[in-house]
Design a protein around this ligand. Structure first.
Ligand code: NAG
Ligand code: NAG
Ligand code: NAG
Ligand code: NAG
Ligand code: NAG
Ligand code: NAG
Ligand code: NAG
Length: 636
């Protein structure tokens, strides 16, 4: 690396250097003052030697040679001329002011450029605006800017005109692109970020699906494995849990709740523990990711691209007669897929040139999306920001009620336009090119704006409290859960009712289902169903019998191996322990007098016939299979 001293040394040594080689490389064409070639062209000139490609070589040479004198000629022609210049109201790029004496003065970036050209080429100009503030198109020609240009009423149109294809047959766009216009969407700032369904955010869609699958699959798997193990080992200690219990355990573990299942066998324990480990890892990932999501998540807008507008059928507004309108209405332009939205009145084209008015009227009041090009939108939002800042001092959300999409709605090159066949563009284009390349045009369009971004998408409020919108999902889950429970509950009721009807029919068919009171069985069973619901123990023999005076017979085995309960009181032999003491004595009266049962043969089967206190006969089947069935149907 050259240090300062080395450089000094080199400079000192080079004072003695030979002067730079004065003679230029061979084959170089030198242009004289007037632009014509000063050196005689070598006869055997090869175009590749001149640094140009063969196919465009000749033309380039001709252009170079002919350009200078022509420009010189035109300069002289335009000096002192009076030009008529048309423009559009397109703040801040071009806008006009009408003085009291009827003179129109142009302002904005376009006229700063024109003024520069005016100084350079010494012409004067007059400003005109079309009767309607529209660019115009073949179908929208009347009173438009391109009509003025096409009819050569004006010498040029000084505005940032997007170069649209249809308009090309009426005007000549300057070859120098002033800038690349970017039309941006402005919309109301959404209350929360679009990913408001934050509870689902930590995992991808497929992860959720697989969690659901494992939730459904693991219960049966555990169930099957336990059964398999029991079969293989013949171990009676580990009771095989029912499928419902297994599924409930899986679900309870996923929710980090417990389960009453406590497996004894080691392998079963391992099975359970495996699921627990899975759940532990899963839930800690979920929690961590949810935290990160809520604190670091990016702010997203509901409408970011044209496709969002199209897919969600969003109303939008843009300037009448601007680039966006023609890009939509023209068949082969980039936005022609939005044409359907114009037909369905989703698109509005505002005649109003006051952007602030459009912003307040359409976006703030009606929730439209406003499409406008870049410098205009920045200035509009900045002015709005300044105004709001004067109203409320501290709350940033109040200052920035609007948000801009990042993706441009439309991109078009923008240039001045000339009548076809005009030679002004040849004169102006090199100067414009210099202005563009030196960044002056860009600077002019943003010079009234602060360099900081105004109202960025993400306002970056650090302490974000969870809003109701963030928790919407939980509320929905609650509602869905309650609704499901309600639905299940009502089907339970319906089933119970249907079942009781069937039972009643069955009993009635067999002719032995009469209640002691002579009522039909169905209502009392129905009622008993209700009571069962709140007692929770369907099989309480005493309680249910007491409540409805139906006296089911004693358990089969207790009749024949009496006293096996070790209960001294014979009255309570078949009674389960009861909460209500008053059941004793008023309920089952069969117990004591088992000897009063009479063995009868009815329909070819053995029955013990008991007599209830009400004088009704009660049959108890004696043959063991029937008795077991009978017992089962009563107790379960
Ligand atoms: C000057 O240019 C000529 C022609 O290209 C070359 O022959 C000569 O060596 C150059 N002299 C120096 C000092 O570079
Ligand atoms: C430029 O065009 C105008 C007519 O539009 C013509 O009068 C003038 O001579 C032209 N100038 C040159 C240098 O060709
Ligand atoms: C500009 O044009 C006017 C009118 O033709 C002429 O009087 C003036 O000298 C010109 N100025 C320059 C700098 O050429
Ligand atoms: C109109 O007023 C402006 C400024 O007051 C002046 O420069 C211009 O020459 C006036 N135009 C006419 C036609 O009087
Ligand atoms: C545009 O101008 C040309 C020549 O002045 C004219 O022939 C043509 O009719 C104009 N186009 C329209 C649509 O008026
Ligand atoms: C659109 O483009 C297609 C193919 O490039 C062409 O055939 C068609 O004529 C164009 N339509 C219009 C209205 O320009
Ligand atoms: C634009 O409209 C707003 C609101 O309607 C108004 O306050 C403002 O003065 C208007 N600006 C211009 C330049 O007319």
């Amino acid at each position: 690396m050259a240090t300062g001293i080395e450089l000094l040394l080199a400079a000192a040594l080079c004072a003695a250097c030979p002067p730079p080689n004065g003679s230029l490389p061979a084959n170089l064409i030198l242009l004289g003052e007037d632009g014509g070639p000063s050196t005689e062209l070598p006869i055997d000139l090869d175009t590749t030697d001149a640094g140009v490609d063969e196919d465009i070589g000749e033309e380039t040479l001709e252009t170079i040679i002919s350009k200078k004198p022509k420009l010189h000629e035109m300069r002289e022609w335009i000096g002192g001329k009076h030009l008529r210049i048309a423009t559009l109201e397109d703040f801040p790029l071009s806008y006009t002011e009408l003085l009291e004496n009827g003179t129109r003065i142009g302002h904005g970036v376009s006229f700063q450029i024109i003024d520069f050209l005016k100084k350079k080429f010494n012409f004067t100009y007059e400003v005109f605006v079309p009767q309607e503030n529209i660019i115009g198109s073949p179908k929208d020609f009347d009173r438009s800017l391109i009509e003025m240009v096409n009819s050569s009423v004006v010498h040029l149109a000084a505005a940032f005109i997007p170069s649209l294809s249809d308009q090309r047959s009426f005007v000549y766009y300057s070859t120098t692109t002033l800038d690349e216009g970017e039309w941006i969407m402005v919309m109301q700032r959404p209350r929360e970020s679009a990913s408001g369904s934050g509870l689902l955010a930590p995992f991808e869609f497929w992860v959720w699906i697989l969690i659901l699958v494992s939730l459904l699959a693991v219960g049966p798997i555990i169930y099957v494995l336990i059964i398999l193990r029991n079969r293989l080992t013949g171990d009676g200690q580990q009771t095989p849990y029912s499928l419902g219990h297994c599924a409930w355990f899986v679900y309870g573990a996923l929710m980090k709740q417990g389960s009453t299942l406590s497996p004894i066998a080691d392998s079963t324990r391992l099975l359970f523990a495996t699921w627990w480990i899975f759940i532990t890892i899963l839930t800690s990932f979920y929690t961590a990711n949810l935290t990160a999501f809520l604190t670091l998540s990016k702010f997203t807008l509901p409408y970011n691209t044209v496709n969002d507008i199209l897919a969600k059928n969003k109303h939008f507004v843009s300037m009448r007669g601007g680039g966006v309108e023609y890009a939509i209405r023209t068949t082969n332009e980039s936005l022609s897929m939005l044409n359907r939205m114009i037909q369905n009145n989703y698109a509005v084209f505002s005649d109003e040139t006051n952007d602030t008015y459009n912003l307040l009227n359409y976006v703030e009041s009606n929730g439209y999306v406003f499409v406008r090009d870049r410098p205009a939108i920045n200035i509009m939002l900045y002015q709005d920001y300044l105004y709001r800042k004067s109203i409320s001092f501290s709350d940033e959300k109040v200052h920035c009620p609007f948000a801009m999409a990042k993706e441009p709605f439309l991109k078009k090159k923008r240039t001045f336009a000339y009548p076809i066949g005009s030679n002004l563009s040849q004169l102006f284009d090199p100067e414009l090119l210099n202005l563009v390349e030196s960044g002056i045009v860009k600077h002019l369009s943003s010079k009234d704006l602060p360099s900081a971004e105004i109202c960025p998408q993400d306002l970056g409020g650090t302490e974000r409290q969870l809003r109701n919108g963030d928790l919407m999902m939980t509320y929905y889950i609650m509602l869905a859960g309650f609704a499901t429970a309600l639905a299940v509950f009502s089907t339970e009721l319906v089933f119970r009712y249907v079942n009781s009807r069937q039972e009643a029919n069955k009993w009635a068919r067999h002719g032995i289902g009469r209640t002691p009171n002579g009522q039909s069985v169905a209502p009392s069973r129905w009622l008993r169903g209700w009571r069962r619901l709140d007692s929770g123990h369907g099989q309480l023999l005493g309680a249910s019998t007491h409540n409805q005076n139906v006296t089911p017979p004693p358990p089969y085995q207790s009749i024949f191996n009496g006293g096996s309960h070790g209960d001294g009181d014979p009255l309570n032999r078949w009674r389960r322990p009861l909460g209500h003491g008053n059941a004793i004595g008023t309920g089952v009266l069969l117990g004591g007098d088992s000897e009063s049962g009479v063995r009868r043969l009815i329909n070819g089967r053995d029955y013990l016939v008991f007599r209830t206190p009400n004088g009704q006969s009660q049959l108890v089947p004696v043959r063991s299979p029937s008795a077991a069935l009978f017992q089962y149907s009563y107790t379960e």
